[in-house]
Design a protein around this ligand. Structure first.
Ligand code: PLP
Length: 394
């Protein structure tokens, strides 16, 4: 007999069959895992050691992870994670600060809050392909926003950015670039953005939202936060490329972009983080994922996943259905296939375009099965506009 989860979990009618509810959740997750390829979470890393040893206690890193006071159970591991990612990005050791967040959204909030404290009259620029957290955060800050067009492939339209900046030249600019847009994994060109800001002699801050691909691009040397980059901050999700079993992330901000924060007497630390209590288990999971694979291991994981994304483009195109990807992307973009295919494979969809994200852990078998389903659902190929990117084989 199938369990009605809503009824079984209803706490207003005890006794609740706790075991049945937990079993149901675990079984459902196991059953849908094979067709969950629309949202980016790596599944190839084994986090059992951390969950088994630490999963049954409270690990709370309260306040600033670089402080020495207060309660911070896995602070040493958090500092090691921050240092590893900052080193990977080439951030100067004398000009870096960061912490483990609840995810990419908190990273964006922390970075934009920091930038706006420093430039309180700034206008905040972001593209139409930016993550939905960006306009929400700007509203939370009470700042003025300026929306910049993105091209059909998801990359920022730099001419339009220049035009938007020109109209607001008298105010400082906080510009949000995206490295790996949510739908197409486009990477905005921060060198071009910085050149435009210099051309208009505009003060301000350049933030990079790199939730999905911050670590892979840094491993390739394609994303740098060194002194010449002009980038002031970056937000990265931890549960995406590093596949932690709890949502988390990392924010890194140049120390020189920050203003002093007040000290809280009873926590014994500076109030620099968005939340006070913070998940020390997340820091341990990130540390473990890094410690057990190192730079080379993670480079290999990224290369294999991109190879699979290239394979997916070829296999989907071979069915007669269009598909494309940016050159180094995990994300494969396709016109939304017929409904049974879309729902079975949990394809993320926006404006009749869908994507799959070939994160580490996805197999050729899954791609072959998806292609077979597309073939079965589309006896005659549906004509569709050419893809915005003329992509060759990977
Ligand atoms: C570009 C981008 N930024 C931010 C986020 C938000 O990250 P999180 O879900 O970790 O809060 C996402 C999530 O998909 C994203 O794609």
């Amino acid at each position: 007999m199938t369990l009605n989860l809503a009824v079984a979990a209803d706490l207003s009618h005890p006794p609740v069959d706790v075991t049945a509810v937990l079993d149901h959740l675990a079984q459902h997750a196991d059953t849908t895992a094979a067709t969950s390829i629309g949202y980016p979470g790596a599944t190839d890393l084994d986090h059992t050691a951390v969950m088994a040893r630490l999963g049954n206690r409270l690990w709370n890193n309260i306040g600033d992870p670089h402080d020495t006071g207060g309660v911070a159970h896995t602070r040493i591991l958090e500092q090691a994670v921050i240092a590893w990612i900052a080193d990977l990005l080439g951030m100067p050791t004398h000009d870096r600060w960061g912490y483990v967040t609840t995810g990419g959204t908190e990273g964006n909030l922390s970075a934009l809050h920091t930038a706006y404290r420093r430039w309180p009259t700034a206008r905040i620029y972001y593209s139409t392909a930016a993550h939905y957290s960006i306009p929400k955060i700007i509203d939370m800050l009470g700042a003025y926003k300026a929306v910049v067009d993105a091209g059909p492939d998801g990359e920022m339209d730099y001419e339009h950015l220049a035009a938007q900046l020109r109209r607001r030249r008298r105010w400082p600019a906080i510009v949000v670039a995206t490295a790996g847009t949510t739908m197409t994994e486009a990477v905005d060109d921060t060198t071009r953005i910085r050149t435009i800001l210099t051309e208009y002699d505009m003060a301000g801050h350049l933030h990079v939202d790199a939730a999905l691909v911050g670590i892979p691009l840094a491993l390739d040397g394609r994303l740098r936060l060194d002194d010449t980059s002009g980038i002031g901050s970056i937000a990265i999700s931890g549960h995406k490329f590093l596949g932690t079993p709890t949502p988390c992330g990392v924010v890194l901000i140049r120390d020189s972009a920050r203003k002093p924060s007040i000290r809280i007497a009873y926590t014994g630390t500076a109030d620099t983080t968005v939340t006070g209590s913070r998940c020390g288990l997340a820091a341990a999971l990130l540390w473990h994922a890094i410690a057990t694979h190192g730079r080379e291991g993670h480079r290999w994981r990224a290369a294999e996943a991109r190879r699979l994304a290239g394979y997916a483009v070829d296999q989907i195109r071979a069915t007669g259905w269009p598909a494309w990807r940016h050159q180094h992307a995990f994300t494969v973009v396709l016109p939304t296939p017929p409904e049974p295919v879309r729902t079975k494979w949990l394809l993320a969809t926006h404006d009749r375009t869908s994507h799959i994200v070939c994160m580490p852990g996805i197999t050729k078998g899954q791609i072959d099965a998806l292609a077979a389903d597309i073939t079965a659902a589309t006896r005659t190929p549906i004509p569709h506009p050419r893809s915005p990117i003329d992509e060759g084989t990977p």
